[in-house]
Design a binder for this molecule. Structure first.
Ligand code: NAG
Ligand code: NAG
Length: 363
């Protein structure tokens, strides 16, 4: 008779090949995952930013900047926080320098640079503006985390930050700073002061973020983490897609860093890399659930998807740079001109600088 240990070992041996068949289905796919320490780090940062906002009362619109009547004075004018998300050197820094020049006190800069890449920080206005960053990777939720870290750092840093513009190293400005500033703040301030004469309501700035529900790939993107895993927080009918680059109003920036519910789902790794772009879904889905009327549903960052390859939009190269291109890229179907554009290869810097004063910043 066989003794029991022998039978057991034999059974184990037999089951080994079966393990190879079944185990991969249960193991998470090999992707950058957000580690527990990283997650706790972020949570602590978001909590600090949220507390700071609550204490200073920086909840919505320009609420954090005192009363509207003070808007005229330099010290309390709302600022735009420019959030640079990069995993390379900021090759267009000289162009952005020109953009910011002369507008001190009306903006702040924050840079999240992937620490796993060696990056030479540009000096000038970017000096000392690098925030504590973590590794980012395409097709993973790390890009959402980086965006949230930038928002939190900006909220924590300055209660005058009222708009938060996320840009990448491949983005360029299409207009002067003054034009951008006025486009964002002036119409909405005018609207709010004319709308109610009795109570001086504070303006509720809208966020400029693309929010779409009719993309052919949407179902594939929805099930990229497995069927039903997004439920019950995110039913398919409420799942949205939009541009990765946005301009958020302060109350929406706060909404994003306070969120835990949707993040629990969007942080799950995808099984299929080709349909996994969490950052194109998290922000539009969250904002369309929480405050659809507070968002324009379109972006102010022009991108050219014609002839896109591997999920990358058309990249402009030096021969394409011309005054006509800048004028074309500005044109939009909304009441707002496009303010930023991407993607530009880094060797476009020289031709762009040549156009800077003559075309880009002339408006
Ligand atoms: C968009 O990219 C295509 C090439 O992929 C190019 O032919 C076209 O001119 C570009 N459109 C604009 C408005 O730049
Ligand atoms: C504006 O709308 C037209 C018609 O739908 C479309 O062909 C064009 O690409 C749009 N332009 C921009 C900049 O989105």
């Amino acid at each position: 008779m066989f003794n029991t240990p022998f039978v057991l070992s034999f059974a184990l041996l037999l089951s080994c090949p079966l393990l190879f068949v079944f185990v991969p289905r249960f193991l998470p796919p090999k992707h950058v995952e957000i580690s527990l320490p990283d997650e706790l780090d972020d949570l602590a940062l978001f909590r600090r930013a949220n507390l700071a906002a609550v204490h200073r009362g920086g909840g919505g619109g320009v609420r954090g900047v005192g009363s509207v009547s003070h808007l005229g004075t330099i010290s309390s004018r709302p600022k735009i926080a420019f959030l640079f998300l990069t995993n390379t050197d900021l090759h267009f820094a000289p162009l952005w320098e020109k953009f910011f020049a002369g507008n001190e006190g009306l903006y702040n800069i924050y840079v999240h640079a992937d620490p796993s890449v060696e990056i030479t920080p540009p000096g000038g206005v970017f000096q000392g503006r690098f925030i504590s960053a973590k590794k980012t990777e395409r097709s993973s939720p790390t890009l959402i985390s980086a965006g949230r870290r930038l928002l939190a750092a900006a909220i924590l840093d300055d209660s005058l930050n009222s708009y938060f513009a996320l840009v990448s190293q491949h983005c360029i400005p299409l207009h002067s700073f003054a034009f951008v500033y006025t486009s964002l703040f002036a119409p909405q301030l005018a609207e709010s002061s004319s709308s109610s004469s009795s109570s001086p309501r504070l303006p509720m700035f809208r966020s400029f973020i693309e929010i779409l529900s009719d993309e052919p790939q949407l179902w594939d993107r929805y099930v990229a983490r497995g069927e039903d895993v997004m439920l019950p927080e995110v039913p398919f009918e409420r799942f949205r897609v939009g541009s990765q680059f946005f301009v958020l109003a302060r109350r929406h920036a706060l909404m994003v860093i306070r969120d835990r519910r949707l993040w629990r789902k969007f942080r799950l790794p995808c099984f299929d890399k080709d349909t996994c772009y969490p950052e194109e879904h998290y922000f539009p889905t969250l904002l369309s659930m929480e405050d659809p009327d507070g968002c324009t549903h379109y972006t102010l960052t022009r991108v050219n998807w014609t002839g896109s390859v591997g999920g990358h939009p058309h990249t402009y190269h030096p021969p394409e740079i011309s005054p006509e291109l800048i004028h074309t890229l500005r044109q939009s179907n909304s009441t707002y001109s496009f303010l930023f554009a991407r993607k530009f290869s880094f060797d476009c810097l020289k031709p762009l600088l040549e156009l800077a004063d003559r075309v880009i910043f002339k408006d």
